[in-house]
Design a protein. Structure first.
Lengths: 371, 123, 174
């Protein structure tokens, strides 16, 4: 947490702020989802409460607060109540490990302290995020088994089988990007993606001035695979089979209502935020603003303000991907279960393997791509 | 070790926050009277027909065991991908490529065998 | 000081969860206790200065192996209120006690009697071989052959699993 009292205080505030950022974004995302769906389907959506329907979120929160607390007698009390809490933890832990902006310095009591714009930095940050996200399946299994309802159980089983199937494609699509940057650390990956696109082609350095040095130019196929796999990992449409309402009522959260239901929503949107932040960090330069980072660093008065501006850039990219999640939901119809499994095991896994081998060949031939 | 303390603190904060939300709704919400149908496991509005525990298809077991095997193979690729550039810079690029190529060939052989043996069919 | 506290927290979690695995009558809940035990063991790897191994522990055991256990347990019929001979029979009861006794005796003997030549070397948390990069270099040079054999072994496992699930009478039979 830090050596001196000042560091401990700042790090604690930072940690709480990042967690609250995640929780506070959820109502806004719910609003975006509802208004966005309405826009795509040629409806109005919630537009009565406040300007553009924005205070609908507050009304919803109050409604959730005053719902009756209810537990079906066939459920297992501990698991029934632990599941929504467990749904929050993986998203929050993973989001805290991702750098949300440039590091900054603060002066206090005549000394200068360095801080990172993330709750904690781990040497093997990528593996940590994968490990923590893989625990997300247990919230669903707790809910499914603990509810004592067969639809909940079926939804949870489907969800966990789906999550583990796509975790393979997700993990394998990352091998290429790891090979290019040669690091497990998010910060090193972001700093390697700054400046214009440059690489070494058969011993000759090539610089392309008008493109940023982002991962998507080195790993286009890896990006597509990772992007598709995140939809399955977050149980979003077109892979939302665990809660396919035509077959399973509402899947693992059939027996939940009120705030407990809201917590599952926070968990799901938290997973979406983590997925968007990972996409941004791996393939779109993290908090890097192409052709503007250097200029802004000179122009802005302090490194803290620079850091905040860069955070806005990062959040802009993340919000774009979150909008894509909503967009895709109303564009692509839901898969059938066997199609889903076929896509994961028979298409994405071999393609990801081919991507890995191709990247290995290119890296060994061209000797230095990216770095 | 130092990295563990903030992770633990954050886990505690999130768990407290979550438990508080669960607790708050039990205080604020109304208490409605008991009806028999309300306390039955939800089944599309009809009286329940089956017990809540149903048997699970053996395909879930197959999916899980194949997942473990491939997951471990992918995890072994991570340190390889991490040090790939180091080996190339040390002049052992071909060596490290073929080491992993054999491994990936075995991986691919396994995957093709699974697909051809119809172990991954869901119908 | 702090690392001792963290060590005892994780050791406590793993032990309590492991006890839950043994004593809970419902196999599904028992397997879910195993998740907590694995997370505790992963924390212990962190305190030993091997965070990568700790993360792999979560990824492989909590994220994969226990989901398999859960599916396997759920394949069997569990309609008998969770109380079935698998966990409540007299023989299994005594077998449990026997195993617990053996393990406790082993631990106590380690604590009470010092055997010559069996000094336990506690790993140095800052030793360089725990760094992933060095681990990888050793694995792909000195243990290259073992690594390829492991690949072969991992090929055998799914073939065996598919063969098993295909025997006559199974839902996967042809």
């Amino acid at each position: 947490m830090g050596a001196s009292g000042f560091e401990i205080v700042v790090n604690t505030i930072k940690m709480l702020a990042i967690f609250l950022l995640m929780v506070q974004l959820v109502p806004i995302l719910v609003w975006v989802e509802r208004r966005g769906s309405a826009y795509i389907q040629n409806r109005f959506g919630p537009n009565r409460v406040g300007p553009l329907g924005l205070t609908q979120l507050l009304a919803d929160a109050v409604k959730f607060l005053f719902k009756e607390e209810f537990r079906p007698p066939s459920s297992v009390a501990f698991m029934y109540y632990a599941a929504p809490v467990l749904a929050l933890i993986p998203g929050a832990l993973a989001f805290a490990a991702i750098p949300l902006s440039a590091p900054f310095t603060l002066d206090y009591d005549g000394q200068t302290y360095n801080f990172l714009f993330q709750s904690y930095q781990l040497g093997a940050g990528i593996v940590f995020v994968l490990a923590v996200s893989s625990l997300g399946a247990y919230a669903l299994l707790f809910a499914g088994w603990g509810s004592g309802n067969k639809y909940s159980l079926m939804g949870a089983l489907r969800a966990s089988a789906q999550m583990i199937s796509y975790e393979l494609a997700l993990g394998l699509s990352l091998v290429g990007i790891l090979m290019i940057y040669g690091t497990f650390s998010f910060s090193e990956m972001v700093s390697a993606q700054q400046g214009p696109l440059n690489f070494v082609l058969f011993g000759t350095p090539v610089v392309i001035d008008f493109l940023p040095n982002w991962g998507i130019f080195y790993q286009p196929l890896g990006f597509i695979l990772f992007f598709a796999a995140t939809f399955a990992e977050t149980n979003r449409a077109p892979f939302d089979l665990p809660e396919a309402e035509a077959e399973l009522v509402a899947g693992y959260h059939t027996e939940y209502g009120g705030l407990k239901m809201l917590m599952f929503y926070i968990g799901e949107y938290g997973h979406m935020m983590v997925a968007s932040a990972l996409l941004t960090t791996f393939y779109f330069g993290g908090w890097d603003l192409p052709f503007g980072s250097e200029f802004l660093k000179e122009a802005l008065p302090s490194s803290f303000i620079y850091s905040l501006v860069m955070h806005l850039v990062f959040m802009g990219k993340v919000l774009f991907f979150l909008w894509v999640f909503v967009w895709v939901r109303w564009t692509v119809p839901r898969f059938r279960y066997d199609q889903l499994m076929d896509l994961g095991w028979k298409t994405m896994l071999p393609v990801a393997l081919a991507n890995t081998v191709a990247t290995a060949v290119i890296v060994v031939l061209f000797n230095s791509v990216g770095r | 070790m130092e990295a563990l303390v903030p992770i633990l603190v954050l886990t505690l904060v999130v768990a407290t926050f979550g438990s508080l939300l669960v607790y708050v709704s039990s205080i604020l919400g109304p208490k409605k009277h008991y009806t028999r149908t309300k306390y039955m496991p939800y089944e599309c509005g009809l009286p329940g027909t089956e017990s809540e525990t149903t048997n699970v298809s053996v395909r879930y077991y197959l999916t899980a065991i194949l997942f473990i095997v491939f997951d471990i193979e992918i995890l072994f690729m991570y340190p390889w991908a991490l040090t790939y550039r180091d080996f190339i810079e040390a002049g052992h690029g071909a060596y490290i490529f073929w080491v992993m190529f054999v491994f990936i060939a075995l991986f691919l052989f396994g995957l093709i065998w699974e697909i051809r043996s119809k172990a991954l069919e869901w119908d | 000081m702090a690392d001792i506290v963290v060590f005892y927290i994780f050791a406590g979690i793993s032990l309590a969860a492991a006890a839950g695995v043994v004593f809970h009558p419902n196999p599904v809940v028992s397997v879910l206790h195993l998740v907590a035990a694995m997370v505790g063991v992963s924390g212990l790897f962190f305190t030993l200065g091997a965070p990568f191994i700790g993360m792999v522990q979560i990824l492989v055991y909590a994220g994969a192996v226990i989901i398999l256990f859960l599916f396997v347990v759920m394949i069997f019929d569990l309609k008998t209120d969770g109380k079935n001979p698998f966990t409540y029979g007299l023989v299994t009861h005594y077998a449990k006690l026997l195993f617990i006794g053996c393990l406790t005796g082993l631990l106590l003997s380690k604590l009470l009697f010092k055997l010559d030549g069996f000094e336990f070397q506690s790993p140095d948390p800052l030793a360089p071989q725990y760094e992933v990069r060095n681990l990888a270099k050793v694995m792909f040079t000195d243990y290259m052959f073992m690594f390829e054999v492991l690949g072969l072994l991992l090929l055998v496992i799914p073939i065996g699993a598919v063969a098993l699930s295909r025997v006559r009478g199974g839902t996967h039979a042809e």
